[in-house]
Design a protein around this ligand. Structure first.
Ligand code: IPE
Ligand code: IPE
Ligand code: MG
Length: 258
């Protein structure tokens, strides 16, 4: 009979190191319900959610995730009551004013994905300044999806590609999935490995439609302001326990073909 200690040593020797996700995206949902459960107005939940953003950025940096993409405001969220939309815009402003220095100090590169043309000039200038300031950082790429929609992303890519075809920069016959994918947001980053959604709904809500093709999905009932490092770790552990087959058989994946 093996002692507990030697059993652990044996397990360690046998099990190969499982790779963690390189790129994680999060649909940060459940702020409104979190606040309402506490008898507060919905926007109280959005404010509380900022602390969860801080903790996931910290976790991602410390656990070697290369890219973290957060859904902050969807192209559909404009349809919410004016008051709520304006609080969300103020919060975005607040984060850009107060968090960018800290991100920069922590070697985090900030990028905003989405149709920023809908934002006012001041906000756009702030976004651009933050992106330029953090451009050379390499500990983590933090993508904030603001006025983002998966269908917008694909349509925008199609439009850019069509322009290149019309101007002769792109041959029509050479267009394939790889080529088209180069026009989609975050083409320069590792493929999306893991998509987490908090707040209990099991849907994509027009987030990263193209990028989700082979992402692992993880849904949790935890409301966004309650999300923390421990829940993030649980999602990562769940990811590591899965077998990603990409269309192959389980046997092909566990015994790589030469
Ligand atoms: C997510 O929380 C934040 C945004 C969409 C901006 P919600 O505001 O959607 O919260 P619930 O889903 O109504 O609880
Ligand atoms: C998705 O959440 C958008 C963000 C988290 C920014 P929603 O709350 O807007 O999604 P639905 O309406 O439940 O699909
Ligand atoms: Mg919601």
């Amino acid at each position: 009979m093996l002692s507990k200690r030697s059993k652990t040593a044996q397990t360690e020797a046998v099990l190969p190191e499982v790779a963690g996700p390189r790129h994680v995206a999060i649909i940060m949902d459940g702020n409104g319900r979190w606040a309402q459960k506490k008898g507060k107005i919905r926007t109280f939940g959005h404010k509380a959610g900022v602390e969860s953003v801080r903790s996931v950025v910290r976790f991602a940096r410390e656990s070697g995730i290369e890219s973290l993409t957060l859904f902050a405001f969807s192209s559909e969220n404009w349809k919410r009551p004016e008051e709520e939309v304006s609080v969300l815009m103020e919060l975005f402003n607040f984060v850009l004013n107060n968090e960018v220095k800290r991100l920069h100090k922590n070697d985090v590169r900030l990028k905003v994905i989405g149709d920023t043309s809908a934002f006012d000039d001041k906000l756009r200038a702030k976004i651009q300044k933050a992106e330029v300031m953090t451009e050379g950082n390499s500990a983590l790429v933090l993508n904030i999806a603001a006025n983002y929609g998966g269908r917008w992303d694909i349509t925008h890519a199609a439009r850019k590609m069509a322009q290149d075809v019309m101007s002769g920069r792109q041959a029509l016959d050479a267009i394939d999935e790889t080529k088209f994918g180069e026009y989609i947001c975050m083409a320069d980053l590792p493929e999306l490995d893991l998509l987490i959604r908090t707040g209990g709904e099991s849907r994509i809500s027009n987030f990263l439609l193209w990028q989700c093709a082979y992402a692992e999905l993880y849904f949790t009932d935890v409301l966004w302001p309650d999300f923390n490092e421990a829940v993030f770790q649980t999602a990562v552990d769940d990811f590591k326990a899965r077998q990603r087959r990409f269309g192959l058989t389980g046997e092909q994946v566990s015994t790589p073909q030469s």
